[in-house]
Design a protein around this ligand. Structure first.
Ligand code: NAD
Ligand code: DAU
Length: 353
């Protein structure tokens, strides 16, 4: 079996659902259930015996040792993180705790488990760390896209914490020989993304007739990838990636934020017209994010060339699916934003051993 951390979050939940559907190997899913973790995203596998959910922290060494000894995973995929740049600006502490200290504790627990494995299992074992293109900093309009050799120049507390975690993962390979793999991916979008991130926030606000906040001039560029394609890349790297290597993952799909917002508004005009007028009337430019990175772009030629991975979705197909998913899953969105879901989690888990 494999052990996934952060598998109740956006990308982790998509990964677990796709994994069980397409591969079927059992999964232990360790997630702290922060505000971003949501068991409702895993409701379709609630009674699937191949999925073992454990509420817990990647920084809890005793819990990790117990889980590793009990389940004996052949691989670990580390999604667990604080992931929102704006939250990292308002309160960087949790980002350092989970992304840096938590990754360190996880690596130590895994190293201890891995060191004691029999030879064949030891060499087949993999630790895959899910990271971000933000570690490379910001590009100018004419700069070439980030490669695996680009310099680390993180600019936000979030990206600095992810850069630190990448360095730890690298060091545990070079010093201890732990068979690690790292994926540095661009902006994901798709089902189950918490509505604090641009695309789901715009969908939810537009449906409620609220303003659509665009930071600064809205000309900042991100490279968008459908979440299912990111999950496919992680699977491929896990299967065939070279231990110690990093792989950049991206959609070759650079778009300015304002264009993303307008595209979402156009799709909502078509799929859920508003009698008050086009949804784009709600666009409101607001003060910029401090230290806002201007442009990200990923050069994904290494994973394409060496592992034969390519995204299956275009932005047009992926964003249409995504908008339709939010329209079809308004109960999910209402629960994660109302706090009712958090209350339920507390009452269900609070008194349990
Ligand atoms: P998310 O915020 O939606 O989910 C994070 C999950 O981790 C949540 O379920 C949360 O409960 C869990 N978690 C947080 N702290 C934990 C801890 N200490 N112990 C155990 N679980 C904990 O994030 P996401 O968007 O799904 O991102 C997943 C990973 O992918 C992150 O490492 C992120 O840096 C990386 N990434 C995200 C994107 C993106 O566009 N969203 C792009 C590239 C890389
Ligand atoms: O590049 C990968 C990264 O993408 C991941 O590592 C992060 O975990 C993920 O959150 C994402 O970071 P961004 O900061 O790029 O994503 P976000 O959705 O927060 O913002 C996307 C762009 O939209 C960014 O330029 C800021 C802008 N924005 C965002 C929000 C929430 C707005 O203009 N208005 C908003 O209200």
């Amino acid at each position: 079996m494999i052990l996934v951390t952060g598998g109740a979050g956006f990308i982790g939940a998509n990964f677990v659902l796709d994994w069980l559907h397409d591969i079927g190997e059992p999964v232990v899913n360790l997630d702290k259930l922060t505000y971003a973790g949501n068991l409702e995203s895993l409701a379709s596998i609630a009674s699937d015996s191949r999925h073992v959910f454990v509420r817990g922290d990647i920084g809890d060494s005793a819990l990790l040792a117990e889980l590793l000894a009990r389940h004996k995973p052949r691989a670990i995929i580390n999604f667990a993180a604080e992931s929102h740049v704006d939250r990292s600006i308002h309160g960087p502490g949790e980002f350092m705790q989970t992304n840096v200290v938590g990754t360190f504790q996880l690596l130590e627990a895994v190293r201890s488990y891995w060191s004691d494995l029999p030879d064949a299992e030891r060499s087949a074992f993999r630790f895959l760390h899910v990271s971000t293109d933000e570690v490379y900093g910001s590009l100018g309009p004419a700069d070439l896209a980030f490669t695996e050799n680009s310099r680390y120049e993180p600019n936000s507390p979030y990206s600095a914490s992810k850069a630190a975690s990448d360095h730890l993962v690298r060091a545990w390979h070079h010093t201890y020989g732990l068979p690690v793999l790292t994926c540095n991916c661009s902006n994901n979008y798709g089902p189950y993304q918490f509505p604090e991130k641009l695309i789901p926030l715009v969908i939810q606000n537009a449906l409620q007739g609220k303003s659509l906040p665009v930071y600064g001039d809205g000309r900042q560029v991100r490279d968008w990838l459908y979440v299912g394609d990111h999950c496919g890349a992680i699977r491929r790297v896990l299967e065939a990636g070279r231990p110690g290597d990093t792989y950049n993952v991206g959609g070759s799909c650079e778009k300015p934020n304002i264009e993303i917002v307008q595209t979402v508004c156009g799709l909502l005009d078509e799929l859920r017209p508003d009698a008050a007028g086009p949804h784009a009337r709600l666009v409101t430019h607001v003060a910029d994010r401090p230290g806002h990175d201007r442009r990200y772009a990923i050069d994904a030629r290494k994973i394409e060339r060496e592992l034969g991975w390519r995204p299956a979705e275009t932005f047009e197909t992926g964003i249409r699916k995504t908008v339709q998913w939010y329209l079809d899953n308004q109960a999910w969105a209402a629960n994660v934003t109302s706090g009712a879901y958090r209350d339920w989690i507390e009452s269900n888990y609070g008194g349990r051993a």
